[in-house]
Design a protein around this ligand. Structure first.
Ligand code: 4AD
Ligand code: MG
Length: 429
């Protein structure tokens, strides 16, 4: 029996296997707050209604001890929709000794050092579940748009997103491999087989950025589709973000409550079309708002905040200067200094959620860009091949899962949005 389904069993006896999240006693009564992974529930042990052994077990219980119990399910006397367990028998599976994370404030370093245990706390439980819902929403939405999952390798011979953030790995007699920064180049190959596809897995960036939004290992979903051009690419991205928001609103009520996440801004996101600025307009607007950003520069954290602060919906910034974007983006036919790309900037300080673009599908132009960027031409020959055999206009994008989870959960730091964060200064546990 799982706690989440307990409402179906009011008045009946159930067996529950759980951990003791918290405990308080008053005389001949013990109140246990239990968690079993699916939810939390209070169990009441009355000395008079259980065997001596069960009572003595209840007295011994410590925070995080594991137990099994049989109990009758009852409605909470005062709170609507809340249930309790009236314990009949209680057995100890394992007594926990001196659990280090008490129900009080701990510093972030201590909690990160104990991440393997910290995951059990209510807030982390809620975030893990929201993460699952975000991933589920992504998988479901993409299938409704006819994308299938193909996945990409992690060991790669070349860079996808610039050569400055690569993690090298010694690779047998073949020299150096790099941990993938994005599976995009690989799914660009796979679309010629299956039309529309996506990968979903860990990617790596040797970025020395110590911010609340950067991890060195994070999960990315890259989607790619044949015959998709810039406009449709944006439509799919907007649909995806709305699908994530809706899925979480529909399924994570309890989690939002635990996280004290105000869901009103999320509901509003579903009501309107996302705002769109060209990069050029965004720079003008930012300068008007007091930013000292210059044309040709990437947007900083503050700029992203400024541009979205009065917006109810995420904001697309499209058609960036080609000079500050990767080699594979397609040149805008209306302005050859711009590319057909977009960054989607989230609201509520969530920053860049998605990066996407139409890809250069012309062999000669792509080769020219590879040469301009001084990339090792030979290493990309397999990628340029794709432009030789039935090249098609195509587009895609990548969403950082932890960025989406951070926004949905309304947590400040991305380190809480992945079970075991990897950051410049953290590799343990
Ligand atoms: O904008 P990025 O670098 O785009 C790509 O890698 C493309 N190849 C994707 C594609 O077109 N298939 O990364 C995509 C997203 C960003 O918008 C951001 O959400 C997230 O990945 N991201 C990070 N998340 C956490 N930590 C980091 N260091 C991140 N870098 C990017
Ligand atoms: Mg980007």
């Amino acid at each position: 029996m799982f706690i989440k389904n307990i409402a179906e069993k009011v008045g009946q006896e159930v067996e529950i296997k759980a951990w003791v999240y918290n405990k308080r006693s008053s005389g001949s009564l013990a109140f246990l707050e239990l968690r079993d992974g699916t939810g939390f529930i209070q169990a009441v042990v009355a000395k008079d209604s259980v065997s001596e052994e069960s009572w003595s077990n209840a007295e011994k219980l410590t925070q995080e001890s594991s137990i099994t119990l049989t109990a009758e399910v009852s409605k909470h006397p005062k709170q609507e929709g809340v249930y309790e367990l009236q314990v009949k028998e209680l057995l100890i599976v394992s007594l926990s000794q001196d659990y280090p994370i008490a129900h009080k404030e701990h510093g972030p370093e201590f909690l990160l050092e104990n991440r393997h245990l910290w995951l059990r706390s209510k807030k982390q439980w809620a975030i893990l579940r929201i993460r699952d819902m975000v991933e589920t929403a992504i998988n479901e939405y993409l299938h409704t748009e006819e994308f299938i999952r193909t996945d990409s390798p992690i060991f790669t011979p070349n860079a996808c997103e610039g050569t400055t953030t690569l993690f090298p790995v010694p690779y047998f007699d073949l020299g150096e491999a790099y941990l993938s920064q994005s599976g995009q180049l690989y799914i660009e190959s796979a679309i010629a087989s299956v039309g529309r596809c996506y990968d979903f897995g860990p990617v790596f960036r040797a970025e020395k950025s110590v911010t609340k939004r950067h991890l060195t290992e994070f999960w990315m979903m890259d989607a790619e589709g044949a015959f998709i051009e810039h406009e449709e690419n944006l439509r799919i991205q907007e649909g995806l973000v709305k699908a994530i928001v809706k899925k979480c609103l529909d399924n994570c009520e309890q989690e939002f409550k635990i996280l004290e996440r105000d869901t009103a801004p999320l509901k509003k996101v579903l009501e309107k079309q996302f705002t769109r600025y060209t990069y050029d307009d965004a720079i003008v607007k930012l300068n008007e708002m007091g930013s000292d950003i210059k044309h040709g520069e990437d947007l900083g954290n503050d700029d992203e905040g400024l541009l979205t602060k009065d917006s109810d919906v995420p904001v697309f910034i499209e058609k960036w200067p080609k000079s500050i974007k990767p080699f594979y983006m397609k040149i805008d036919p209306e302005n050859n200094a711009r590319v057909l790309n977009d960054d989607l900037i989230g609201i509520e300080g969530s920053g860049e959620l998605i990066g996407g673009s139409q890809r250069e599908d012309n062999f000669d132009l792509l080769l020219e860009r590879i040469r301009e960027e001084k990339l090792p031409e030979e290493d990309y020959s397999w990628y340029t091949d794709l432009r030789k055999y039935g090249s098609v206009p195509h587009s895609g994008f990548g969403i950082g899962v932890e960025r989406a989870v951070r926004w949905m959960a309304g947590v400040e730091h991305i380190r809480e949005c992945i079970p075991f964060p990897r950051m410049v200064n953290r590799l343990k546990p």
